[in-house]
Ligand binder design. Structure first.
Ligand code: SF4
Length: 874
């Protein structure tokens, strides 16, 4: 058996170490400090995403295959001409937190140092720009003060706007394990929704959306009133008096919390010395995201609970290398190595170091402004790297039009067809995870290696090489003459030493002369690289990176909440689901991951559903002033009344109308430029198909109907369908849907009832199935999927198992494919009483552990139902 390659997971900002085997198996790296051997459901399924199906394997110009030389020549020529004719600010790069640090570094260097514009922004703008801005206001630099161990050492962990159980599962598991070994640890979840993370919560504060500033100002005033301000530490903090005055003015009632809830939380925060506040997109993705961040930081600065074991504010990044992007200055208002674009001596230092002929002098366009400028015709050439803005940006339909309008668009990506790549003039095939070399930085500043363990397929090349090849063609041969990632790393590390001389925090200059061998064998290492007596934390000593060395409390006030809009009465919130990642280009390949949630949906409170006449599993049309989406209704009291939640992942490749970005309004935080992806006004409109369908096929098929959502499933693909017009002949429909070659083996069609059940087979194997009903189709999907590609059996026409056969139900445990019905039955029949007993009986929850909150929730509901039954019987 070949030895595994040590690499890093390409999904979230936890940055878990992965042992990858050339045969595609993956395991958690027990030696990696982020995960110590754990992986979540997404990380565990990485091996299923490595095939080359759908990969971009060769450069294309105008949709036609082209050689690398022709494609690179064209890109260099178009960018050069745009700069010559319209100036440097007429071109732009739009990158991604998926890029490795070395890729990011050369892209930033090319745009800001040589082309001469700062129009290099990234999808990290959508993710953590408000944290960056908040950090810089409070600390003078973009510094995450703490380390992951603090989450385990804390006595109180406050999770704000973070569904950690689904979005950063391994950190969630680390806290869960710490809570077991230190039972006095308390966890508070601040989130309008009751998410899976609440499974761990001692207190859930379901605040009114967008009232985080009021909440933390109330905490701050409570800290002050109860004498908990750390007098010695706060002498190292400027602005505290003003921040306190603002906090005293705050009205806690706007949060919607009861007096008891508020008092309990304030008291816990005030009295607990070891408190960590973890925050994520629920804080950042708001029009006042930066103020929210500073409201949290103020509480830690006032109490001096920062940069010491078990204490501190902790921003958790969404993407695998968002932090690395911040380090190289990958946002349009930053320079490399945490140097500032608006500080002339910083610019001069970078200019000298790079020997840059055209160093950018002013900030470039932030993401939302960039696409607006494109729509206005200001951007003549655009290069999109490893991201999918036609899905992920707010007002994504307008973004799509803006990209279409741009005269020259390059997309470098690993995937051939995305919602964005279809708009490109030139496509450049990039090497994917497992095929490229470089480094990434996770949320606690640990730099880890990504290593190749597979050859790049076709003509795919690493991003750093593609960027350098274009730069050289534009005339900057020496500055971009890198021949390997380690050479880029050395230059980056050297520049960080210069940044440190300017008093910047990011300093990895100890690695400036790293040998090829040491880079190759690099072990995860947190910056700043350990100094004498240092423990990897910042600010515990009261030294900050501001001009006077003091931390800054920032006076912030809760913004008034806009009154309810009668025309658009709902607040639309968006976010992630457990088993998908971003726009599904990787996780969509895994049947296991797709099985957890196979269709875009909208969560709606039961009372709202009743008022709107929406029944569970109905299709509904969500509408905002900017766009629409058609989604499956999930009626649940996990969402507060008046609110809707829609996942961000679905694209036009996987659904007809599930791309929610088109419906999100592009309002931004004025300081960070981060869009408010968690707050749009919306309404629900009726969408009334005359038929609903569920289809399965061993082959990929074109499900194009009035509504469709496609998903990978075991042995093939599944699709939910719906139509606004009747279908005359379901047999013909099925043949056209699946292709002519299939044999129509068995069917029951009832025109009077408007229903049809059709099974197709080839060589005695079930190859396709179609179930149609005038109402949302009620068949046992998990059961049918398990029979796809298996010996044909006409009994499957029933759409559900015979009484003596089990229907697994919707997948809960992705690792062992254990469905909800299987779990329910086992709880009832075997008398299971806790999650460990479920694991012992069914294996569910015993591998990655990502499903454990859902197992507990199922357990509670079954036990609750049976208790009610007993009461009824008694
Ligand atoms: Fe990857 Fe999961 Fe770890 Fe995030 S928590 S890095 S998705 S394995």
């Amino acid at each position: 058996m070949s030895a595994p390659v040590k690499t890093t997971c390409p999904y979230c900002g936890v940055g878990c170490g992965v042992l990858a085997y050339p045969d595609g198996r993956v395991k958690g790296d027990p030696d990696h400090p982020a995960n110590k051997g754990r992986l979540c459901s997404k990380g565990s399924a990485l091996g299923e995403t490595l095939d080359t199906e759908g990969r971009l394997l060769a450069p294309q110009i105008g949709g036609q295959p082209a050689g690398w030389d022709a494609a690179l020549d064209l890109v260099a020529q178009q960018f050069r001409e745009a700069v010559e004719n319209y100036g440097p600010d007429s071109v732009a790069f739009y990158g991604s937190g998926q890029l490795l640090t070395e890729d990011y570094y050369v892209a930033n260097k090319l745009m800001k140092g040589f082309i001469g514009s700062a129009n290099m922004d990234t999808n990290s703008r959508l993710c953590m720009a408000s944290s960056v801005a908040g950090h810089k206001r409070a600390f003078g630099t973009d510094t995450v003060p703490g380390i992951y161990e603090d989450l385990e050492l804390a006595d109180l962990v406050v999770l704000v706007g973070s569904n950690l159980a689904w979005c950063h599962p391994v950190l969630y598991q680390r806290i869960a394990a710490a809570k077991v070994s230190r039972p006095h640890m308390r966890v508070v979840v601040v989130d309008p929704r009751r998410t899976a993370t609440c499974d761990l919560a001692d207190q859930h504060l379901a605040i009114v959306p967008g009232t985080d500033v009021a909440l933390f100002n109330t905490v701050l005033s409570h800290i002050s009133r109860h004498g908990a301000v750390d007098v010695a530490f706060s002498s190292r903090v400027s602005g505290l008096k003003k921040a306190l005055l603002a906090a005293f003015e705050e009205d806690p009632k706007v949060t919607g919390l009861s007096d008891v809830e508020m008092a309990t939380f304030c008291e816990a925060f005030t009295k607990t010395e070891k408190v960590v506040t973890v925050y994520s997109q629920g804080v950042n993705q708001a029009c006042d995201g930066t103020d929210k961040v500073n409201a949290i930081l103020n509480c830690h600065l006032a109490t001096g609970r920062i940069g010491r074991p078990g204490m501190g504010p902790f921003s958790i990044t969404g993407q695998p290398n968002a932090m690395g992007g911040r380090e190289v200055g990958g946002l349009s208002n930053m320079l490399a190595c945490h140097l500032d674009l608006d500080v002339s001596k910083h610019r001069a230092a970078v200019e000298t170091f790079w020997q840059a002929p055209n160093l950018a002098q002013t900030a470039g366009f932030k993401a939302v402004d960039l696409f607006e400028a494109m729509a206005d015709g200001q951007i003549r050439a655009l290069w999109i790297m490893s991201t999918n803005p036609a899905v992920s940006m707010p007002e994504a339909d307008r973004v799509r039009l803006a990209i279409k309008k741009c005269p020259f668009v390059v997309v470098s990506d690993v995937v051939a067809r995305t919602d964005t790549s279809v708009l490109a003039d030139v496509l450049l095939p990039a090497a994917a995870w497992g095929e490229k070399e470089g480094t990434v930085t996770n949320s606690d500043r640990t730099i880890s290696r990504q290593r190749a363990f597979l050859p790049a397929p076709g003509e795919a090349r690493p991003d750093w090489q593609i960027i350098c090849d274009v730069a050289k063609r534009m005339g900057w041969i020496e500055a971009f003459g890198f021949t390997s990632p380690v050479e880029i790393f050395r230059e980056h590390a050297t520049l960080s030493g210069i940044a440190a001389e300017f008093g910047r925090d990011f300093d990895i200059s100890a690695a400036r002369d790293i040998s090829d061998h040491d880079y190759e064998t690099w072990e995860p290492r947190r910056w700043p690289f350990k100094r004498e007596g240092g423990d990897g934390r910042f600010f515990g000593n009261g030294q900050f990176f501001t001009p006077n060395g003091l931390g800054r409390a920032v006076s912030v006030r809760q913004k008034p909440l806009a009154p309810r809009d009668q025309a658009y009465p709902f607040i639309l919130n968006t976010g992630r689901v457990r088993d998908h990642w971003h726009t599904m280009t990787r996780t969509g390949k895994s049947a296991r991951l797709s099985g957890h949630m196979a269709e875009p949906f909208v969560e709606i409170h039961p009372n709202d559903a009743k008022d709107e006449g929406v029944a569970p599993a109905d299709l509904v049309k969500l509408e905002t002033t900017d766009g629409t989406a058609i989604l499956r209704a999930r009626v649940t009291d996990c969402i507060p009344q008046g609110n809707l939640f829609v996942p961000m992942h679905w694209t036009a490749q996987w659904s007809s109308d599930g791309r929610v970005g088109g419906a999100i309004h592009a309002s931004v935080d004025p300081i960070s430029g981060q869009p408010a992806l968690k707050f749009s006004r919306a309404r629900l409109m009726s969408f009334q198909p005359v038929w609903y369908g569920f289809a399965l096929s061993t082959q990929v098929f074109d499900p194009s109907t009035d509504y469709w959502a496609l998903a990978k499933c075991k042995s093939g693909y599944s699709a939910e369908l719906a139509g606004l017009q009747g279908v005359e002949d379901w047999s013909i429909f099925a043949r056209e849907l699946f292709g002519q070659g299939e044999k129509m083996e068995s069917q029951v069609i009832s025109p009077e009832r408007g229903s049809a059940r059709i099974l197709l087979s080839q060589h005695g194997v079930l190859t396709g199935a179609l179930f149609v009903s005038p109402r949302p189709v009620e068949v046992a999907r998990g059961f049918l999927i398990n029979h796809l590609g298996q010996p044909f059996n006409s009994n499957l026409l029933a759409g559900r198992p015979a009484v003596d056969q089990p229907d697994p139900g919707a997948a809960v445990c992705s690792c062992f494919n254990v469905g909800a019905n299987t779990i329910r039955t086992a709880i009832e029949s075997k008398g299971l009483r806790n999650v460990d007993e479920i694991g012992a009986a069914l294996q569910a929850g015993t591998n990655c552990g990502s499903c454990r909150p859902e197992l507990r929730s199922l357990l509670r509901s079954v036990l609750h139902e049976s208790a009610q039954l007993n009461v009824a019987v008694e």
